[in-house]
Design a protein around this ligand. Structure first.
Ligand code: CCH
Length: 285
């Protein structure tokens, strides 16, 4: 009966797979950026949207997508993430029914899968909120600090030592930019391929302080072209962290499994989901 009113559009897994496919296609087409992929910066957007979560107050987290607004968009830690938000705008225009907060987290899950990482089961249900829900500055980790700072910040989100180390393994992807964080360079030679290289290099390479005018960072002694942040090096100093660095350096399968579990958890912090079921998206060919 063509005269009956249509109910509200309720997207299915197939609809979300179409969004996934559109992000994947855009990643494959837009290669004139950094090391050839926007994937790493999409992962960073999903992480910074989610990592503001505070388990005591239930504030922050990916629900809300408040990084669209100042002051959160201007927080120092979020420098450069406009690139990732702008990359996703044409996808939002194509699928106006998806919230920014679902889109940004789906972008991170898609990027991990498309860059040869593990499957990241994902579920919808985030709703965008307004500027009043912006989180205060200082909730994301400061790379100049030490192991105590890592433990403080990630415990506030609700993670244990093993989960903290697994998450930081995302530094297999992408690079630091002097005009964003002040740090410079990639963590490994294949920054657009998800792998356990971050841990292998951290555990096996010899690292020396970089001689330059920029902030303290570390350089591999073999080639002098790779980097580690002070917080990355801190994973070796702390016994509770180091044992996981060594586990992940040795066993890529264990890292992939544990990273997937904790990245799923990160993207869901503080979100009042109405559904238990997660979607597993098909990766592009
Ligand atoms: Fe990170 N990260 N991150 N990081 N990060 C940077 C870049 C990326 C810290 C600091 C920095 C995680 C944890 C931490 C990515 C994913 C994750 C940069 C360079 C700094 C600084 C930014 C720039 O200059 O562009 C610190 C400190 C911590 C914790 O101690 C976690 C957790 C994740 C994800 C699960 C990714 C990906 C990048 C590369 C971005 C790009 O543009 O290439």
């Amino acid at each position: 009966d063509s005269s009956s009113p249509k109910g509200p559009f309720v997207p299915t897994q197939a609809d979300y797979q179409k969004v996934y496919d559109a992000i994947a296609a855009r990643l494959a087409n837009e290669t004139d950026y950094d090391d050839g992929s926007y994937g790493p910066v999409l992962v960073r957007l999903a992480w910074h949207a989610s990592g503001t979560y505070d388990k005591e107050t239930g504030t922050g987290g990916s629900n809300g997508a408040t990084m669209r607004f100042a002051p959160e968009s201007d927080h120092g830690a979020n420098a450069g993430l406009k690139t990732a938000r702008d990359f996703l705008e044409p996808i939002k225009a194509q699928f106006p029914w998806i919230s920014y907060s679902d889109l940004w987290t789906l972008g991170g899950a898609c990027a991990i899968q498309e860059l040869s990482g593990p499957t990241i089961p994902w579920r919808p249900g985030r709703e965008d909120r307004d500027v009043a829900a912006c989180t205060p500055d200082g909730r994301l980790p400061d790379a100049a600090k030490d192991h105590r700072h890592i433990r403080d910040v990630f415990s506030r989100m609700g993670f244990d030592d093993r989960e903290m180390v697994a998450l930081i393994g995302a530094h297999a992807l992408g690079r630091c930019h002097t005009d964003r964080s002040g740090f410079d360079g990639p963590w490994n030679f294949s920054p657009t391929v998800f792998s356990n290289e971050f841990f292998r290099l951290l555990a096996e390479e010899k690292w020396a302080q970089k001689k330059w005018n920029g902030p303290t960072q570390f350089t591999d002694k073999t080639t002098g072209t790779l980097m580690m942040l002070p917080t990355d090096m801190a994973l070796l100093k702390d016994k509770g962290f180091k044992k996981h660095v060594e586990r992940y350096a040795k066993d890529s399968d264990v890292f992939f499994k544990e990273f997937s579990d904790v990245f799923v958890k990160l993207l869901e912090l503080g979100v009042p989901f109405k559904t238990e079921d997660r979607f597993v998206f098909k990766t592009s060919e």
